[in-house]
Ligand binder design. Sequence first.
Ligand code: AMP
Length: 282
Amino acid sequence: MNLITNRAEMNQLSKQLKQNSKSIGFVPTMGFLHEGHLSLVAKAKQENDVVVMSIFVNPLQFGPNEDFETYPRDIERDEKLAKNAGVDYLFVPTVKEMYPTEMGSKLTAIKRTNVLCGKSREGHFDGVVTVLSKLFHIICPDKAYFGMKDAQQVAVVDGLINDYFFPIELVPVETIREIDGLAKSSRNVYLDASERKEAPQLFQSLTLAKNKILQGERSIENLTLFIKRYIEENTSGEIDYVEMYSYPSLEPIERIKGKIIIALAVKYSKARLIDNIVMDVK
Ligand code: AMP
């Protein structure tokens, strides 16, 4: 595995790979790798000649009161994990490398962002589409891999790729979970022991709601109430949102029908956890 920190060098390598007709699968991450990230690599390896992973904690997508400074980082461990997973090129730029001068123009994610995390994390998706545009230009991937754990991100990136004609295929990858159902996340290390114990109840509330839908429930109101009550009764977390929309358009729906997402965010003392399920309902 090659470790690259310089964007010009990364771009040069990508161009060489393209000249040699090699397909590039790209896995963007913020590091502190876990099996969720590595499942994206595994899929990228199946479908491409070369896999490029980036590790970059992007300041632009963190709000002023969010955890940019304290976001967990361990580059030595990440390097080993990425190498063992079969990453060919690990691109780890500094903030200065990605933002060498003050930005004179920034991208704004307009659609699909006034709901879910976009509502409570102002500017977050602007930061995401801005950094991804830079990374896409540097790495020139054929396919880019994103986890459905961040389903709104998948929807927003889908819009970015379409709007700006990036010649890239977006590949969504299903959420990898701990044995007890908790979605794997770099931020799970923020949970204390008792929070960690109860956190699987978030996915459990979604699973129970899914079962209700399979049994015929179609009312958004009933399902939202059910999930909220379940979380309140079984966890000490504070609900940020429990919402349901069409997916990936993230438009409001009147009843459960078609491809929909049920998504939630819950705040713990140091962590804010998100989870979702996407279903196609007849
Ligand atoms: P992050 O490092 O949190 O920005 O995540 C990098 C990529 O890994 C994103 O596309 C995430 O959606 C994806 N990812 C994070 N956690 C998981 C998970 N548990 N399962 C699958 N993909 C994940």
